[in-house]
Design a protein around this ligand. Sequence first.
Ligand SMILES: [Ca+2]
Ligand SMILES: [Ca+2]
Length: 642
Amino acid sequence: MVQTPPSQFSDEQYKVENPQAEVETIIEAPRSDTDIDLEFLYTRDIEFRQETIYFIVVDRFHDGDPDNSEGPNPELYDPNGQDWGKYWGGDLQGIIDKLDYLKNMGVTAVWLTPLFEQVEKLFIQSAAIHGYWTRDFKRLNPRFIAADDEPSLNKSQEQKNTVFDRLISELHKRNMKLVLDTVCNHSTPDTGDGKGELYDDGVKIADFNNDDRHWYHHYGEVTDWEDDWQVQNCELSGLATFNENNIEYRNYIKSAIKQWLDRGVDALRVDTVKHMPIWFWQEFNADIQLHKPDVFIFGEWIYSHPSDDRSVEFANHSGMTMLDFGLCVAIRAALAQGAEDGFHLIQDILNEDHRYNGATELITFIDNHDMSRFQSLNPDPDMLRVAIALIMTSRGIPCIYYGTEQYLHNDTEGGNDPYNRPMMDRWDTDTEVYRAIRLLSGLRRLNPALSMGSQWQKYITPDVYCYVRRYRDSICFVAMNRGEAITVEEVDTELPDGEHTCVLTHCKYEVKDGKIRDLQLEARGIVVISHVGGRIKAQTIVRAQLNAVQTQPGETIVITGNCPELGNWDIAKAFPLEYINPNTWFAEIPFDESAGKLINYKYAMWREGQAPLQENLVARRWVIANEGTVKWRDSWSSGRES
Ligand SMILES: [Ca+2]
Ligand SMILES: [Ca+2]
């Protein structure tokens, strides 16, 4: 009898011959997470859009504990910080020591390079200082914790007394979140010390060169980057690449991540997501979010772009959001590299936001550990400030690469890897960029237009860009200038008439008929004016997002249902959603009377001069949580087969 592989595998891919036959299972199948209070499912969700993320390469931030710096292999450590391929001593104590510095800058979430135990050998003159060559996903890199700390996740689980645990409690004390970085695609390269030797809390469970249990793919290097099968199955730079078809591997990686979440991690950043099939991510996210419903997850799809169907599919269907490389490249071209089209390049990317279901949740950035720092392309500190102000005020969740606020950059070889990872050497809390991040991070928390609202271009030339963020009656007007001083004759701001003050400069601006006339912008100047409207308050807030509905001007989306909050099916009393972009409508809906109750709801299109168009379905059904925040993510149902 010929067995047909499940449809998600091609024949070629499915080379695992029943990995569990005749071998005992080392990794136990995870316990079902379903024996929990069902209320749980409807209660917790995380809102990450108000956060300001700060991304730290742990080894290069601050050495808070010289005793751990040599690590298990002192040859990999350079105490002088000269050899870019070696460890320089940064650790978790160093981050704890600087939490007040970060908090004062307005950072609310800290993303750390992976903390797991790494290979202890050089590979192409480099140690695994970046943390992406993991040997054991259940142990900490001994260089990052105290010399007498227990690196084993299991062994330190009960006492929770490692530096890692202190870091989490110190973060949470300050209302800050920890973003744990992980790789699911690969383990380690061939350092002459056993390629792909993998451990489960100290117990060896896999070995690329002796892979009788089929934990790895063995297809060699990717040679054709246009071939999707190769990109998903072959190796990157000789890294042993996991065989995700093997359920033992999947159980191992998911159990490791769940243990870290249990320890207090708030969010995940996942590496190289392009190199694994989407069904893997769907299963991974489903299981992780069942285990911890209020975990926020984002992935690195390298050079994702709104015109790249595959990265868009990932953003919309994997169950996590992603880093917005498309916007990053456009910002670098416009502001760091002086591209002729300037701000139009940025607007071109935002014009494609309708391709994403959740554009306001993309992670925005101007540089990272894999590319030259912004200032290696353009050292002008004022231009850096413009770029930072742009990501702090545009749609998406901003992520600042460590040291940006101190103008940290080393331009050797264009500032590319590894020179984009210098050691932090200054902690000045008075730099212009530090100050701008602090003010704008505060504004992101205060004004929901910045974190959740739509974005409207109001004036654009290659050098000058004015836009409005809007959510209900909250407005934020932003103007920026990459060129020399200029006066914009008239620009629409949507602000209420009267005098307004710029958040950054405290200069005053007069708004009349919603417009500012003769708006003077200094060279590399920025104006940010905020008007905060009413906030939704209730026992339970549902954040409802509707995608895939096409509306014309004059048409609005409402949500109707069998409860008083939704108008008891009287469509004239239905709750209105806010337009975000041509693919997304959104609202925060307050529930008091119906909190804790089962309700029916559906969406409808309210059309001037015509009968409302209701979704063609019976109804959606939901239990409203007793309290807290819930998210609905729905797609408009026309009821027709397309
Ligand atoms: Ca150290
Ligand atoms: Ca892969």
